[in-house]
Structure formats: structure tokens, C-alpha cells
Design a protein around this ligand. Structure first.
Ligand SMILES: Nc1ncnc2c1ncn2[C@@H]1O[C@H](COP(=O)(O)OP(=O)(O)OP(=O)(O)O)[C@@H](O)[C@H]1O
Ligand SMILES: [Mg+2]
Length: 286
């Protein structure tokens, strides 16, 4: 019988405990997958869970920048797949968080460098070491995105409150229920979570963007969290620290809620309505 994939800390001590594999996916590009992967993985590690985050975006290395470890990348995911480095050599241990490791993407232009077999082998090996493996998917629904989602147990479907993003997320949901290991082997289904990012309540109120309820109704998957559009995201990524570390920021708190809910805590959703402006804001605001 296959070992249970509960991923709880105690399970590390049991033989054959396997990591829970979580893909961060979207279809549409530039919606906040890498931002979400970095904060989600960091949040899990901050709560004591041994976590690795893998950048599947071959050719467009990005995660290492947001995690602030770009100068420490010696070997990457493709090197491990091709046997040029061991996992131990390629995994970068985060400097701030004890339980956090990063596997960077390759800069190679060869999009075929990731193979289904190779990815499977590396994930299997990592599964013995980690509680959670977070897979940061590239944009689109082509091979790279497919490889990132194939082994997933759970999926964070990152969506922006706009029609094109919601439509692409809907296509991704179709793939999660048909083109994954779980779907193909009949071993249950990938558990889907909606993460609505770059949410701007003021623009929603003006009818310029879809509301949380609109998106929930169209995609019909459970809402894990809403991350507001926030200047703090850019400031944090420029500084090489995932925004979840910034507990004074709205986006940081929203990601902290996402992680807490993922781990089973009940937390009310916040940042869903526009802040009431003071008199000056009302007089001079947009
Ligand atoms: N909540 C947010 N508020 C403001 N800006 C954000 C937010 N989330 C992400 N961004 C910005 O959006 C841009 C795209 O984010 P990110 O790189 O995480 O997206 P992605 O989905 O990984 O993109 P790609 O599909 O190219 O991999 C970045 O400039 C990032 O700083
Ligand atoms: Mg990305």
C-alpha cells in the first residue's frame, strides 16, 4: 500500500513518510505564482515544516531572486536531473529560515531539459527529506506547466480578478483533473485551492475588476486566500525577501493567512473592502 501523504511533522519519524507536493499554477503569466510560491514555502518553513521550493521556469530563473539567493546558485534543477550534481549540492539552504531550501531553475535555453522521468526521480528523492515540496510553475499550459503539476497532491491556483486570468485558471483546473499522476492512476484527485492575488477592492467597487464572489462562482473551488494589490510585494522582491516576512504589510499578512488556512486553521478573510478614506483622501483621491 502506498504510504500516507499527510505531511505532518510527526510523520517524518515514520518510515516511508513522503512529502506533500504542492504546485503553484495559473495558466496566465505574470499573475503572482512566483511571489506566492516564495511566500507560501517560507510561511510553511516559519511554522517548523521542512520545505523545499522548486523553480520549474527553465530559462527564466526568477524564484532565486525573490528568495534573495541568486548569488548562491551553483547547480540547478536541470543539473540534478542530468546527473551533473547531487540534490545535496544543488539545494540552497535559506539563510533566514532554518527549514527552507530552494532548488533554482536552469538558465539553459533548452526547454526540453526537464523530462517527465527526471522530474519524477528528483521529486521522489526529495520526498524522503521534506514535508512539503512547493513547485513554482512556469506560465502557460505547455510542457513546463504540465511537468510542474504532474506529481502534485494539492494545487494553489493563482488567479487575478480579471476575465483572462480566470479563464486560464479554469483551463488549468481541467488539466489538474485529467493530466496529473493522481488523475491518471485513479488515486484520488489533486486538491485545488483558489488564491486570488493583486486584488484591488477600490477597482472592484468601481466595476473595473471581478469581485471575489464572481471569481469563486466561476471557478467553483475553495478560496484559500485573497492577497491585495500591494506596493510591499515589489519592495520585498527587490530586497530579496518574500513578502510574508514583512508582517507590517497587508500582502504579508494575507500570505500568512493563506499558510495558516492551508494548515487547517480557521481565519476570516480580510482585505476584501476598500479602506475608508479620510476627508483629504476623499477630496483629492482618484
Ligand atoms: N499582490 C501583489 N501586489 C502587487 N504586485 C504584485 C502582487 N503579486 C505579484 N505582483 C507583481 O506582479 C509581477 C508578476 O509576479 P510573479 O513573478 O510572482 O508572477 P508569475 O505568475 O510568477 O509570473 P510568470 O508567469 O512570468 O512566472 C511582479 O512584478 C510582482 O512583483
Ligand atoms: Mg513565475
Amino acid at each position: 500500500m502506498a504510504p500516507a501523504r499527510t505531511g505532518a511533522w510527526e510523520d517524518r519519524n515514520q518510515e516511508n513518510a513522503l512529502a506533500k507536493i504542492v504546485v503553484v499554477t495559473s495558466g496566465k503569466g505574470g499573475v503572482g505564482k512566483t511571489t506566492t510560491s516564495a511566500s507560501f514555502a517560507t510561511g510553511l518553513a516559519m511554522r517548523g515544516h521542512k520545505t523545499a521550493v522548486i523553480d520549474f521556469d527553465v530559462g527564466l530563473r526568477n524564484l532565486d531572486l525573490i528568495m534573495g539567493c541568486e548569488r548562491r546558485v551553483v547547480f540547478d534543477f536541470v543539473n540534478v536531473i542530468q546527473g551533473e550534481a547531487t540534490l545535496r549540492q544543488a539545494l540552497i539552504k535559506d539563510k533566514q529560515h532554518e527549514n527552507l531550501y530552494i532548488l533554482a531553475a536552469s538558465q539553459t535555453r533548452d526547454k526540453d531539459a526537464l523530462t517527465a522521468d527526471g522530474v519524477g526521480r528528483v521529486l521522489e528523492e526529495m520526498s524522503k527529506e521534506f514535508e512539503y515540496i512547493v513547485c513554482d510553475s512556469p506560465a502557460g499550459i505547455e510542457k513546463g506547466a504540465h511537468l510542474a503539476m504532474y506529481h502534485a497532491d494539492e494545487a494553489l491556483v493563482v488567479t487575478n480578478p480579471e476575465v483572462s486570468s480566470v479563464r486560464d485558471s479554469d483551463r488549468v483546473l481541467g488539466l489538474l483533473s485529467s493530466k496529473t499522476r493522481k488523475a491518471e492512476s485513479g488515486d484520488g484527485r489533486v486538491k485545488e485551492h483558489l488564491v486570488l492575488t493583486r486584488y484591488n477592492p477600490a477597482r472592484v467597487a468601481k466595476g473595473e475588476m471581478l469581485s471575489v464572489d464572481d471569481v469563486k462562482e466561476i471557478l467553483a473551488i475553495p478560496l484559500l486566500g485573497v492577497v491585495p494589490e500591494s506596493q510591499a510585494v515589489l519592495t520585498s522582491s527587490n530586497a530579496g525577501t518574500p513578502v510574508i516576512v514583512d508582517k507590517a504589510s497587508d500582502a504579508g499578512l494575507a500570505y500568512d493567512d493563506v499558510v495558516a488556512r492551508f494548515l487547517g486553521e480557521e481565519r476570516a478573510h480580510r482585505f476584501l473592502t476598500a479602506e475608508k478614506k479620510g476627508l483629504l483622501g476623499r477630496l483629492f483621491g482618484p
